[in-house]
Structure formats: structure tokens, C-alpha cells
Design a binder for this molecule. Structure first.
Ligand SMILES: *Cc1c(COP(=O)(O)O)cnc(C)c1O
Ligand SMILES: [Zn+2]
Length: 412
């Protein structure tokens, strides 16, 4: 692929050609997460504001010049991933007293989370490289998205989830016909088992922490945000963080556009975690390495005690001049209600965590009143109905007559 110069290790800086495909740096081992390096001169020949304006492919594949997928791979049969709406918020913006607020609703992807972006690329790569089985471990959404894209493209999927995964996500996996392993243990135990099995059976590895192509799908969320804002992105972009791959992708997308000269600055990135599991926030506050953390949050998608992609996540916040912030589970539940009521956006707990972080960052004076913000809702609330009902409360019961309706108090 002429557009791709090769891999570069995020730890030792060693560079490698793009073929054969690598998972991690041969020199550094599993910690040696790789970046894919593009030849922006080459990419810029075909990817321009004008070419995008004329492009009628309303999916993430409109950016395939910036994705590590071969020109010969036919992506037209894939699930329709990406090009999710970016809503301008008026009521929540006014409540917060900031210049502008946009909500990117990535819960509207085909399997209802941002993870579809990575899974689409993974399935494309697996097919391109001749695999018949794809595998991953996941807190739930990577799993369901991987199973959905695999089902659509006729690939077998073997999926490992911790037994705590919410039923909504598990039901998606069962419907998509994946071989589902519900691991009696936490996410770390789940990841380790998947790793051992992938090594033993030689399946394609969709683990987002380490596979360098995953982030290249996730970054399309930023490419879209920028294009939807006429290449004038907001001052801040907020994103919830578990493994750290999503926020790494958010940064990479803006970085690509900056290198191509399509935007003139990279937004500050706000990394948001739950106080019940915030290894990044703790590490940055204490100025030390990440330490394994308990996974005590109802935001299951970001309950990651041992993040697999710390380098790219830390880089995203630092290089963009952003900030890390943690919010409580109560704040997350409250934000589920706030986002639902002010914008009509129904996010799962981890999905609304970025917005909870924006609210906290405005209160803390980190986000200023003259600044604009985009918040990414990373997954749909329908995936976790139990917590949604916890956030919103139970409906009012009523006998089927008007007098009972009035007596119920619901109309007051
Ligand atoms: C996976 C996920 C995240 C966090 O992404 P990481 O790459 O693990 O940091 C946030 N929200 C939702 C809904 C997710 O599924
Ligand atoms: Zn290395």
C-alpha cells in the first residue's frame, strides 16, 4: 500500500515495513504497541475537502485512504458503519453556559456502539489476510460488534466476555451466532484467556489494546466530527476511556487531518473515567505509571483495571493539551437522564460518561465559558436496560380509566 509507510513502535521508535502484518513490536514484545504511519503527501492526492464533499459513501469507508485496508478489498457489502449524527445541543449548552456543545451519537452504529468502527476494519483485515475465524476479548461492545460484522461477512467469531457483561450485549452475541465464552473472572482474566486461545488456535486477533489496525477504525469518529463541523472542530472533544484505544483513535483522527492540512488545530481531548475504576486519572494525578485497579463501576464498558493501550491514551491527552477527569457512578446515572431529557440521546453508562466529564470539567473551570465542546456518546442505552431503569426510575402504574389517570399524579 503506497499510502502507508510502515509501522512505528510507540515505545522504542523502531520502524517496520507494512508487510508482513505485525501485531506488536518484535523488539519490545506485547507492550510495544505499534502506530501505522501514513504518507500524507500520497493520501492528500486523493483525500481532499472537495473529494469528501463529492463522496456519497455515508459510512466510515469514505475515509479509506486513511485506513490500513487494501484497495482490492470490497467494503461495499459491510454493515453500514459510521457517519453517525452530530447533534448541536442547545438546552444542555445553555445549562452549562458554554459557547457550543455537540453530541456525536455513536450508539447509532449497526450494533449500537463506536466499537463497530474497529470491528469493521478488523473483519476486513481478517478476510484480506485469509483467516476464517476472528476472535477477541471484550467488556461487551467490541464483542457484539465483532460478531455482527463477522456474521455479515461470513467469518466465524469466537468471543470471550467476563461473566458480568450485561444481557443486552450477550443477547446480541447469541443472535449473531458467535461462539461465546462467558469467562468466570474479571476483564483481565478474560483478556488473558483469549490471548492464550488466539495464540494456540491461530485465529485473527481483534483485541483492540494491541492490534494496531483497530485504532485506525476508531479514529474515523474524529474524521467525521471534523467534516461535520466544516473542518472547524470544537475546542474540546470528550471521550470515555477503558483500554484507551478509543481516545487514542480520537487523537489520531485529528492528527491525520492536521498533517493533511485539513484542520488548523487539534482539539484538546478530555479523557473521562469512573472514580470506581480510573487507572489513567490516578496515574496522571500522581505522576507515575499505571497500576492495576479494581473494576468497581457500573459503566461496564470502561471497567478496565489493566488498560491495554496506555501509551496511545496518555499521548492523546498530553499531545492535545487536554485533561483527565473522573466522575462518580451517580454522576454517570444522572447524566444518562440529562442526555436523554435534553437531547433525546440514550446512552449506556460508559456512553454518557464523556458528557458527565464535560459537566464536571465545566464546574471545575477546566472547560471555559467561551469554549466549544464535542462529546462522544459511545454506546446505546438499550444495551444495558437495567442501569437505564436505575437511572430513570420505574413508570407510574395506572388503572385503565381517566379518573385513575388523574389520581395517579403523572399529569401534574
Ligand atoms: C469500549 C468502550 C469505551 C472505551 O473504549 P476503550 O478503547 O476501551 O478505551 C467507551 N464506551 C463504550 C460504550 C465502549 O464500548
Ligand atoms: Zn519497540
Amino acid at each position: 500500500m503506497k499510502r502507508i509507510l510502515g509501522y512505528k513502535c510507540t515505545i522504542c521508535g523502531r520502524e517496520y515495513p507494512f508487510g508482513p502484518e505485525l501485531m506488536t513490536c518484535p523488539h519490545c514484545g506485547e507492550k510495544g504497541i505499534l502506530d501505522i504511519v501514513y504518507d500524507y503527501k500520497e493520501v492528500g492526492k486523493t483525500l481532499t475537502k472537495e473529494s469528501l464533499a463529492a463522496n456519497r459513501d455515508n459510512s466510515m469507508w469514505r475515509y479509506r485512504d486513511l485506513m490500513p485496508v487494501a484497495e482490492t478489498t470490497d467494503v461495499s457489502k459491510f454493515l453500514r458503519i459510521g457517519w453517525t449524527p452530530l447533534y448541536e445541543s442547545v438546552s444542555l449548552r445553555n445549562e452549562l453556559g458554554i459557547k457550543a456543545l455537540y453530541v456525536k451519537d455513536d450508539g447509532l452504529n449497526p450494533t449500537a456502539s463506536l466499537k463497530d468502527r474497529a470491528s469493521g476494519v478488523a473483519v476486513a483485515k481478517a478476510i484480506e489476510l485469509g483467516y476464517d475465524t476472528i476472535s477477541c476479548s471484550s467488556t461487551g461492545n467490541a464483542a457484539s460488534s465483532c460478531a455482527g460484522s463477522a456474521a455479515r461477512m461470513g467469518l466465524k467469531a469466537v468471543i470471550f466476555v467476563p461473566e458480568r457483561a450485561p444481557e443486552g450485549k450477550v443477547s446480541q452475541l447469541m443472535i449473531f451466532g458467535a461462539k461465546l465464552v462467558s469467562v468466570k473472572g474479571d476483564y483481565k482474566a478474560t483478556f488473558d484467556l483469549s490471548k492464550a486461545a488466539i495464540e494456540k488456535y491461530g485465529w485473527y486477533n481483534r483485541n483492540a489494546g494491541i492490534n494496531p489496525v483497530m485504532i485506525e477504525g476508531k479514529k474515523t469518529v474524529s474524521l467525521e466530527i471534523a467534516e461535520q463541523l466544516n473542518f472547524k472542530p470544537t475546542d474540546w472533544v470528550a471521550c470515555s476511556v477503558g483500554d484507551g484505544c478509543t481516545i487514542g483513535g480520537v487523537y489520531n483522527g485529528f492528527k491525520d487531518l492536521y498533517e493533511l492540512g485539513l484542520i488548523d488545530r487539534i482539539p484538546k481531548i478530555l479523557g473521562v473515567q469512573s472514580t470506581g475504576c480510573c487507572p489513567f486519572v490516578d496515574a496522571v494525578a500522581a505522576g507515575r505509571e499505571l497500576l492495576p485497579t479494581e473494576e468497581n463501576t457500573l459503566a461496564d464498558s470502561i471497567a478496565v483495571g489493566v488498560p491495554r493501550n496506555p501509551v496511545k491514551a496518555l499521548r492523546a491527552v498530553e499531545a492535545s493539551g487536554g485533561k483527565w477527569i473522573a466522575v462518580s457512578d451517580d454522576d454517570i446515572l444522572a447524566t444518562m437522564r440529562i442526555l436523554g431529557r435534553t437531547e433525546g440521546v440514550f446512552g449506556e453508562p460508559a456512553g454518557v460518561t464523556a458528557t458527565a466529564g464535560v459537566i464536571a470539567a465545566v464546574k471545575a473551570g477546566i472547560i471555559k465559558s467561551d469554549e466549544s465542546v464535542t462529546t462522544i456518546s459511545t454506546g446505546s442505552g438499550l444495551k444495558d436496560v437495567k442501569n437505564a431503569l436505575r437511572a430513570a426510575g420505574k413508570p407510574t402504574k395506572c388503572d385503565p380509566d381517566l379518573a385513575a389517570l388523574e389520581a395517579s399524579g403523572i399529569l401534574n
